[in-house]
Write a protein that binds this ligand. Structure first.
Ligand SMILES: Cc1cc2nc3c(=O)[nH]c(=O)nc-3n(C[C@H](O)[C@H](O)[C@H](O)COP(=O)(O)O)c2cc1C
Length: 126
């Protein structure tokens, strides 16, 4: 029995540029302190994919509590990243989390108010 389908690869500063090249549409990635690549051993399983996202979200919360800044990376060359981490057949790269010392609070972002996000017993009308 397979105990877990989640795998993670920590990419240190020295290796970040190679991964940044696989995310070339976002040049700022080259300045990240580190990356965490989330991998699922089951490429086709939505549940296994969700497990990786859940884990990365937990890591993000922990990182922020420790004073780091993080950013999800959703745009990268899947084949290139798979090659870099020596990914195996049958699995897939799910997502990448970039991290580094927090640069500061940043400008406040426009957010949807809670009253428009959460409905009681029913989905709110658009
Ligand atoms: C799966 C996923 C992929 C993302 N990919 C990118 C990305 O490639 N580049 C980027 O700058 N932000 C990326 N983000 C971050 C989002 O743009 C956004 O800043 C973040 O989800 C916070 O959203 P909020 O401001 O609504 O809370 C991604 C977020 C998620 C969940």
């Amino acid at each position: 029995m397979q105990l877990s389908t989640r795998r993670f690869v920590v990419i240190g500063r020295d290796e970040v540029p190679a991964f940044a090249a696989a995310a070339e549409m976002q040049p700022w990635v080259a300045g990240a302190g580190s990356l965490i690549v989330g991998w699922s051993t089951l490429a086709e399983s939505p549940g296994a994919t969700a497990d990786v996202f859940i884990s990365l979200t937990q890591m993000e919360t922990a990182a922020v509590a420790l004073g780091y800044g993080t950013c999800w990376l959703g745009i990268w060359d899947r084949d290139a990243v798979t090659r870099l981490i020596r990914g195996q057949q049958g699995g897939k790269v799910v997502s990448i989390l970039a991290g580094g010392p927090a640069a500061g609070e940043g400008a406040p972002k426009a957010k949807l108010p809670l009253s428009k996000l959460v409905g009681r017993g029913r989905l709110l009308a658009e």
